[in-house]
Structure formats: structure tokens, C-alpha cells
Ligand binder design. Structure first.
Ligand SMILES: Cc1cc2nc3c(=O)[nH]c(=O)nc-3n(C[C@H](O)[C@H](O)[C@H](O)COP(=O)(O)OP(=O)(O)OC[C@H]3O[C@@H](n4cnc5c(N)ncnc54)[C@H](O)[C@@H]3O)c2cc1C
Length: 256
């Protein structure tokens, strides 16, 4: 395998992460909106813990490097492989990369990234967002041990995006899939209505909210109103409606 580009090395050093080149093993369409990309190489140092993501160099034009962050869906340490679930239902640099990726392609990867990990003290875990969050949600839910509870509330564009998973014995998981219908991607109404119908289990809970920028903000307010403290909510905006993410992978924020 070749060495990562110097800019990938520099980035990893700045972030306190690792830089490696991984090889695409396979891609598989999972649903109308999601494609799985399986990579091999350096999985032990890149993939971190459930909730972590990797930063992939998806495009470059001269000195312009376009990177996108993808949560790690699963890791196979014996085969030194890991999987990403990439949204491919829109046109963007990351979705184009996943659509054209082919076995044998080599790609610069920086990881592990991300600070949102499973709260070890919570009795129940609420995962809220859109299909871009399923990868992180399911890796985190699969890592829970009995007697914890996971509730997954996800808005989907197509019926076949309602992908499911299984969790450890003694852990209960409830999935609520909300049909987006004609609502815009920055309209939080579907998720708010679904959340209003979910009763919180007993004990302390932790909510993980990811997806479209303004939807994440509105959902966080609604969860506060339902009594969850700020330290019991971990929000992360993944993308922003009608705006491409910045080249370093984060959604654009409004100027203050
Ligand atoms: C910490 C972190 C973890 C992430 N994990 C994942 C992950 O596991 N899987 C994943 O798919 N994404 C994930 N994302 C989002 C991902 O990094 C990209 O930003 C996103 O996929 C869009 O990149 P793009 O280059 O395809 O589109 P962009 O070039 O960013 O956007 C092009 C256009 O597509 C629209 N668009 C972008 N994303 C979507 C979408 N999901 N649905 C509808 N329209 C969209 C934009 O509004 C824009 O108009 C994560 C982001 C962060 C910050």
C-alpha cells in the first residue's frame, strides 16, 4: 500500500489521530439511500470505539482536498477490515466517491475521529436522526450490555432505508422509522412527532442526536423540554440542507 499524502499526515498530526491508506474491498447497495463501503488496512488504529468516525479523502483537485467523515459501522479485527454506511441518495463528493468506489481502490483515511461515545452510566440510550446516523447508532447499540435499553428514532426517505440490527441478549431495542413523505430535509416535524410518542424508560437516559444541521438543533431543544439535561444529550450535525459540507468535512455554520 502507498503512503498517505503529506496533507493527510499533517491533518492527522494536528488532530492527534492516525493517517493510513486503506484499500476498498467491496461496496454493496444496502437500500435506496445507503451504500456500504468495506475497507481493509490498519483497522485497529483507525476505527476507535463505537461512536467514532473516520475521515476519508473522497476527492482532490490539485491542492484542494475534499474529505468527508463517516461513522464506523463495524470492524472485523481478524480480517483487518471495517465498514462504512454512506448515504448515496443525493449528489455530493462523498456520495460520488461511494458510488464509484471499486475493489482495489486505495484511499487516504484519518482516524479515529469524534467525541460522541456511549455514555457508560445511562440505563437507556435514545438515538435520533436520519439515515446518515444509522451506522453510528447501530455500532453503539450493538456495544450495549444487559440490562440496557436502546430506542432508535430515524426519519427515512424510502421504505427500504428501515434497516435493522440485533443487539446483545438482555438489551432491548425499539426502532421507530418515520416516513419523511413530502417534508423538506430541514423540517424537524416528523422526528418531533415521533419523539412525542416515545415514553422515556425508567432511570437515567442519554440521547444522541445526529443528522441535518437545523433539525439537530430543534430536536435538542425538544429533548431539553422533555427534561433531559444538556450533559445527557450529545448532538452532532453531520450535513446541512442545500449546502455542501466544507472540504474538511464539517457542515457550514452561520457567521456570528
Ligand atoms: C462526525 C460525522 C459523522 C458522519 N457519519 C456519516 C455516516 O456514517 N454516513 C453518512 O452517510 N454520512 C455521515 N456524515 C456526513 C458525511 O460526512 C457527509 O457530510 C455527507 O455524506 C454529505 O457529503 P457529500 O459530499 O456526499 O455531500 P455534500 O457535498 O456535503 O452536499 C451536497 C448536497 O447534498 C446534500 N446532502 C448531503 N448529505 C445529505 C443527506 N444525507 N441527505 C440528503 N441530502 C444530503 C447537501 O445539502 C448538499 O445540497 C458524518 C458527518 C460527520 C461530521
Amino acid at each position: 500500500m502507498r503512503e498517505p499524502l503529506p496533507s493527510t499526515h499533517d491533518l492527522a498530526q494536528r488532530l492527534g489521530a492516525h493517517a493510513h491508506v486503506s484499500r476498498v474491498v467491496a461496496t454493496r447497495p444496502l437500500s435506496s439511500s445507503l451504500t456500504e463501503v468495506e475497507l481493509e488496512g490498519e483497522s485497529a488504529s483507525l476505527t476507535g470505539e463505537p461512536g467514532n468516525d473516520v475521515m476519508v479523502l473522497v476527492d482532490q483537485h490539485g491542492t484542494r482536498m475534499v474529505r468527508r467523515r463517516y461513522s464506523v459501522r463495524s470492524v472485523d479485527p481478524a480480517a483487518d477490515r471495517f465498514r462504512l454506511w454512506v448515504t448515496t441518495g443525493h449528489d455530493g463528493a462523498g456520495s460520488a466517491w461511494a458510488r464509484r468506489a471499486a475493489a482495489g481502490d486505495e484511499v487516504d483515511v484519518v482516524g479515529p475521529r469524534g467525541k460522541v461515545l456511549v455514555d457508560p452510566h445511562a440505563a437507556w440510550h435514545l438515538f435520533v436522526g436520519d439515515v446518515s446516523g444509522l451506522s453510528a447508532f447501530y455500532r453503539m447499540a450493538e456495544s450495549l450490555t444487559a440490562p440496557r435499553q436502546a430506542i432508535v428514532v430515524v426519519e427515512i426517505d424510502h421504505g427500504d432505508d428501515a434497516l435493522t440490527t440485533s443487539v446483545a441478549e438482555g438489551v432491548t431495542i425499539t426502532g421507530v422509522f418515520v416516513d419523511r413523505r413530502e417534508r423538506r430535509h430541514d423540517d424537524p416535524e416528523g422526528l418531533l412527532r415521533a419523539l412525542a410518542a416515545v415514553a422515556w424508560p425508567e432511570g437515567d437516559g442519554h440521547a444522541y442526536v445526529v443528522g441535518e444541521f437545523s433539525v439537530v438543533q430543534t430536536v435538542v431543544h425538544a429533548l431539553h423540554d422533555r427534561g433531559l439535561d444538556a450533559d445527557a444529550i450529545s448532538p452532532k450535525s453531520y450535513w446541512r440542507a442545500n449546502r455542501a459540507n466544507l472540504d474538511h468535512g464539517e457542515p457550514e455554520r452561520d457567521a456570528r
